[in-house]
Every structure is written in C-alpha cells, then in structure tokens.
Design a protein around this ligand. Sequence first.
Ligand SMILES: Nc1nc2c(c(=O)[nH]1)N[C@H]1C(S)=C(S)[C@@H](COP(=O)(O)O)O[C@H]1N2
Ligand SMILES: [Mo]
Length: 225
Amino acid sequence: MSTPPPGQHYLERFPRFGLGRFANYGPAAPGSLHLSLKGDVSHPVELTKEDLASLESISLKADFHCVTTWSYSGLLWGGYRFVDFYRTIVQPRCRPEPAARLVVFRAADGYACSLPLGDLLAEDVMLADRLNGESLGFDHGAPLRLVAPAHYGYKNVKHLVAIEFWRDARHYRFPRPYPRFMDHPRARVAREERARWVPAWLIRPFYARLVQPTIARFERRRDGR
Ligand SMILES: Nc1nc2c(c(=O)[nH]1)N[C@H]1C(S)=C(S)[C@@H](COP(=O)(O)O)O[C@H]1N2
Ligand SMILES: [Mo]
C-alpha cells in the first residue's frame, strides 16, 4: 500500500457506501442494463449490455478514495474506457452539440452527479461491470458504474440508468437535501477538491465522523435488518 493522498487513510476492506438518503435502496430486480443517453444531443439513444459489448473490454487496477477520508487500495475493475464509449457510441449515435461538455450520471437509486467531459476522457476513466474478476455485484454498483479513480468516490456513480450531455447545469443539481457545496465540479483527489466554497481542512473532520455510522447504515440494509 502506498502513501494515501492528502487527508485520506486506507481501510482493510471495501465497504458499500454512499449518501445516507440512498442507504435503503435495495436490489429490486436482477440488474439488466438499460442505459439512456440524452441531453443536448440530436438523437437520444437507449443502450443495453450488447451495445457496450462492441467496445474493447479492459481492466484497470486502481485505488478508491471517498471524500469522507477513507480509501481502499488495489481494486481490479473490468469494463470499458469512457473515451472509447464516447468516441464509438456517443459521438456517432447521439451527436451531442459541441458545447455539451457537462456530463450528468443518473442512478437507479435517485443519486446523480456530474463531471466535465474533459475529465472523463482521461485514460483511467471507465464504465465498469466487473470487479476483482467477477461480474459487478449490487454492493459496488451493478449493473454498471462509473470509475474515475482520480476523483472522489461521490463522482463514481453506481447503478447507472442515464448519462446526459448538457451545455450547462440547468438540468442538474446535487441530490436534495444535500447542499450544493458538497459537490465540487471536479473533485480531484490529488488536489483535495472535497467541496466547493469550503476549504478541505474545514470539512475533513466533519466527514471523518460520518465514516463508521454510514458504513453501519449501508450494512444494515444489506443484511435486511
Ligand atoms: N447510485 C449511487 N452511486 C454512488 C453513491 C450513492 O449513494 N448512490 N455514493 C457515492 C459515494 S459518496 C461513494 S464513496 C461511492 C461508494 O462506492 P462503493 O459503495 O462501491 O464503496 O459511491 C458513490 N456513488
Ligand atoms: Mo463518498
């Protein structure tokens, strides 16, 4: 295990985690993929697993960094590079407007988060449907999740149902009731972009206190207690 990024420490295991509001979401139906692509595009498109299977499948070893200060080292993700997905499926089929560079990821539990297109075209950003040699389980985002290791966990949206390409943020806000300052537009781990408007050192101790209770909350749901 290498030295963790600033303000982070490594956990011994990789918990299911997220915002408290989404802790009660459970695996309703076995996860077959229905992914909508829309936004400021000429042709909205609906995708299934077969559409993605035309892309080169890759694996990527990466650490995971949640903004609340925990990290986990050495995950092996499998799936598709976002840049391949964008160039091979999104551009030719949806024809997004050139200015549509705000990408919004929406999840089956109601969660949503955005990243700039430029950040998503990095080599280590992927749409993952495998983890550690097995197909991605519910806990970590089945049927498909975003993996962007240079960005805090909250940008790594699980249980994807839609990816939208917009000119501006008028159709996006960080899920209520959570305040907007929790959502940094880029959230790069190396720069400790934990939140917007609020410095990292100020928010870090508040977040650190949420780690254990949040893990416990997500575990209770999983165990059906
Ligand atoms: N759909 C969905 N995706 C989500 C979240 C969520 O609550 N719902 N939480 C985010 C946060 S805050 C973190 S740290 C990671 C946790 O990923 P994990 O459950 O695989 O550990 O998922 C992110 N993606
Ligand atoms: Mo997180």
